[in-house]
Design a binder for this molecule. Structure first.
Ligand code: SF4
Length: 220
């Protein structure tokens, strides 16, 4: 079976099982960007707590630009890696202000996905995943971020070669997956990866994708 045909079957089966996802985030996109940076390498619960503490400690993003890094670190401590994330957040905010003259990224809504991606990726500290999450969830751009669940499930299914780097895998998936399916597939891979295709002891027998899965097919 061709890869495109297999992918299309996977997309349809996952949609049937977990639904379609078309929701769009609200509020200031800079909030979403900072929340996404805080969510790196931690759980949703810890990063939400860190974000809400940060908002309480700093009434505006402008105030972070002048803040003592130790105060930022203290506020986001529950999100893990506070030193790295505090520096990253401050640097990203400073760069947006320097390039745009103010702390706003609303202009990304009106430019093509590739240009928006280039702008974000040119800022140190914003990787492909953070940029894609922001652009699909806040600006509804046709992109597919790959988190650990996405990568694991796509590799096991045989959509992405097992040893491909996450950067290359990101490019490949964005080429293979039709634009209108990207957001739903990203979310459905997360649901499937959390509940069935878990990192340890995947539940193959309950999996709706087992007949399409390379990993399962090779178990013998
Ligand atoms: S069959 Fe197993 S390895 Fe393949 S997608 Fe399903 S749970 Fe994951």
């Amino acid at each position: 079976m061709k890869k495109e045909e297999k992918l299309s079957k996977i997309i349809q089966l996952l949609k049937k099982e977990y639904g379609e996802h078309n929701h769009r985030g609200r509020g200031d996109p800079v909030d979403t960007l900072v929340e996404t940076i805080l969510s790196q390498n931690t759980t949703d619960k810890n990063s939400s707590r860190a974000f809400s503490n940060l908002k309480k400690a700093f009434p505006s993003w402008e105030s972070i630009l002048k803040a003592d890094p130790r105060k930022i670190q203290k506020a986001i401590h529950s999100g893990g890696l506070p030193g790295i994330k505090a520096r990253r957040i401050k640097h990203v905010l400073r760069e947006i202000k320097r390039r745009r003259g103010r702390l706003s990224i609303d202009f990304l809504r009106d430019i093509p996905a590739e240009d928006a991606m280039d702008f974000l990726r040119s800022i140190k500290g914003i990787g492909p995943k953070t940029a894609s999450v922001l652009l699909i969830f806040r600006f509804n751009k046709p992109l597919m971020p790959l988190d650990t669940h996405n990568l694991r499930v796509a590799k096991r299914l045989g959509i992405i070669p097992p040893k491909m780097s996450s950067e290359k895998a990101h490019e490949l998936m964005n080429k293979l997956v039709p634009d209108k399916e990207k957001k739903s597939l990203h979310i459905n891979f997360i649901i499937h990866g959390r509940n069935i295709c878990t990192a340890r002891n995947p539940r193959h027998e309950e999996c709706i994708l087992k007949n399409l899965c390379d990993y399962y097919g090779n178990l013998g």
